[in-house]
Write a protein that binds this ligand. Structure first.
Ligand code: MTE
Length: 314
């Protein structure tokens, strides 16, 4: 496969390296190592810029969440269960070298570098709502492109009915793995038609920069009509399958976290209502707002579930 590094990414890396006075050291190494070093500082200001074009079809109308909330209030259980744990510990994750294996029911299985993946399509900025199963929400300007671009590239066979996503598992660098809360690596899944829906996004950046580690560097999913746990972070493998895969959350508590996990105010979690949500950044005492079916994306995606009983397939 050709190793294509888009000009703007390379230029940007060079600027960053020059700032660090490391340009000479970097000569000839290529890859994404400059970012690994920068991510260790944990300041989003230090991350490389990722240029993109706004996709005007996908611009949530709600106010964008402050960048510091998106990068400082996270769920990434590999680094602990506290909301501040990922920002504290995720700099330990090694993100260079990084490859993503796409395999299973495809005619052209392949291992991609991050540069390969970044070169597959123009980068778009899409402002998506994220509704976490825990009852809070954010509005986030992700940068990336539709997952379908990558899936088309590997040519799914007619047997491909589901897609499994596998996150990184780095026992030496991820203090949360020892707690054994979930089966590691973290895995998630989508039905093939969900994965091919243009809204399902492969994300490389946020707020104009490459992803900070705590948000799932170097690449993650964003599936905005589903609860946030479907949007697996720091992906290392994508498998196209005949059968529905087991996923970390539905294996841990099948009666609480279903495979579909479509945002649905009418189907409560067994331990709490899903009818309303708290908007992160509005303060603890701000009134909760009503949760929308499919997180406000019903016009786009409701037809995927025609004829299904969504209280059974929650
Ligand atoms: N991916 C992995 N690998 N591990 C996780 O713990 N948490 C999920 C999802 N992806 C999680 C994950 C949950 S519950 C949410 S709400 C979103 O990531 C949070 O994404 P954010 O931290 O970028 O807002």
């Amino acid at each position: 496969m050709d190793k294509v590094t888009p000009e703007h990414i390379w230029q940007n890396r060079r600027q960053v390296l020059q700032r660090l006075g490391m340009a000479a050291a970097a000569a000839g190494t290529g890859g994404f190592w400059s970012r690994t070093i920068l991510a260790a500082t944990q300041s989003h200001d230090d991350l490389a810029t990722l240029n993109s074009t706004p996709n005007t079809d996908y611009q949530a109308s709600q106010k964008q969440t402050q960048e510091s909330d998106v990068t400082g209030y996270n769920n990434f259980y590999e680094f602990g269960t506290g909301k501040e744990d990922p920002a504290k510990h995720a700099h330990r994750m090694v993100i260079e070298p990084w490859t993503v294996r796409i395999e299973g029911e495809v005619h052209k299985p392949a291992t991609f570098s991050i540069d390969d993946l970044m070169g597959l399509s123009g980068m778009q900025e899409r402002i998506y709502r994220l509704r976490c199963v825990e009852g809070w929400s954010m509005v986030i300007p992700w940068i990336g492109y539709s997952l379908s671009v990558l899936l088309d590239r590997v040519q799914p066979t007619s047997n491909a009915k589901y897609v499994e996503f596998v996150s990184a598992r780095q026992p030496d660098n991820m203090p949360g793995l020892a707690a054994g809360i979930l089966d590691w690596p973290y895995t998630e899944g989508l039905r093939m038609d969900e994965a091919m829906h243009p809204l399902a996004m492969l994300v490389f950046g946020v707020y104009g920069k490459v992803l900070p580690n705590q948000n799932g560097a170097p690449l993650r999913l964003a599936v905005p009509w589903k609860y946030g746990f479907k949007s697996a972070k720091s992906l290392v493998a994508i498998r196209l399958l005949r059968d529905q895969p087991k996923t970390s959350w539905s294996s841990a508590a099948p009666n609480e976290y279903g495979f579909y996990a479509n945002v649905n105010p009418d189907v409560p979690h067994p331990r709490w209502s899903q009818a309303t949500e708290r908007i992160i950044g509005e303060g603890m005492f701000a009134p909760r707002v009503k949760t929308q079916p499919f997180n406000g994306y019903a016009d786009e995606v409701a037809q995927l579930y025609q004829g299904m009983d969504l209280s059974r397939h929650f």
